[in-house]
Design a protein around this ligand. Structure first.
Ligand code: TYD
Length: 210
């Protein structure tokens, strides 16, 4: 059966990952690859409903409830969208995935990291990214980029985002083959040169027909 690739884009809010994801989509499509762009939380259908609650609900949401909702969204997303697309040979570009839960709910909210990792495994099964970009930028710059209209998560404050940033660096340190940190304080063009090179290297090692 043909098998595609799974690439995830991670980083704190305002890190510029979505811009890079869209540039990579165009780049890969020009080279003739079939690309699926998707996101967490809330890609489609049920996921969109979960997203509305996660980002828009104004009442109290406990940290554990928040974690389970991101994980529930992920399980649905993997089973109904990501896995079928990879199996059909597409390159899946996903805006946030498992590492967001480790960084935000684990490092940010303080939920036990080993428990989060175990629950992530339960949510995704054998579908794990082939490559993950972590776009790293200092918290002041990322908060400036987010601006003043913030969703529920973005309103968490500077201290929270410092923890999230540190979380991402530790995730990358612990899995350097899969996770690549890119300094995204640089220009969009320079960041994209690194993004495309890493993707080209990955494709070179991958046999799309196998
Ligand atoms: P979104 O508007 O998609 O932000 P961004 O463009 O930065 O990705 O909102 C997603 C928010 O949800 C973002 O603040 C990160 C957060 N999040 C978690 O806290 N845990 C998770 O597992 C995921 C997937 C996202």
């Amino acid at each position: 059966m043909k098998k595609g690739l799974f690439i995830t884009f991670e980083g704190a809010d305002g890190c510029g990952k979505t811009t890079q994801l869209n540039l990579l989509k165009d780049y890969l499509e020009k080279k003739g690859y079939e690309v699926l762009v998707t996101r967490e939380p809330g890609a489609k259908g049920l996921g969109e409903k979960i997203r509305e609650i996660l980002l828009g609900y104004e009442g109290e949401v406990s940290d554990r409830c928040e974690s389970f909702m991101f994980l529930a969204d992920r399980a649905q997303h993997v089973d109904t969208i990501i896995k079928p697309a990879i199996e059909s040979g597409k390159i899946v570009l996903c805006d946030r995935h498992t590492d967001s839960t480790i960084a935000y709910q684990g490092y940010g909210r303080g939920i036990d990291l080993e428990e989060i990792k175990m629950l992530n495994n339960l949510a995704v099964g054998s579908t794990v990214p082939d490559l993950t970009y972590v776009f790293d930028v200092d918290v002041e710059t990322s908060m400036q980029r987010v601006g003043s209209s913030k969703d529920r998560m973005e309103s968490a404050g500077k201290e929270f985002f410092n923890k999230v940033r540190l979380g991402y660096i530790e995730i990358a340190d612990s899995d350097p083959i899969r996770v690549k940190v890119i300094n995204s304080a640089d220009t969009i063009e320079n960041v994209f040169k690194k993004v495309s090179k890493l993707c080209d290297d990955l494709i070179e090692c991958h046999n799309f027909e196998s």
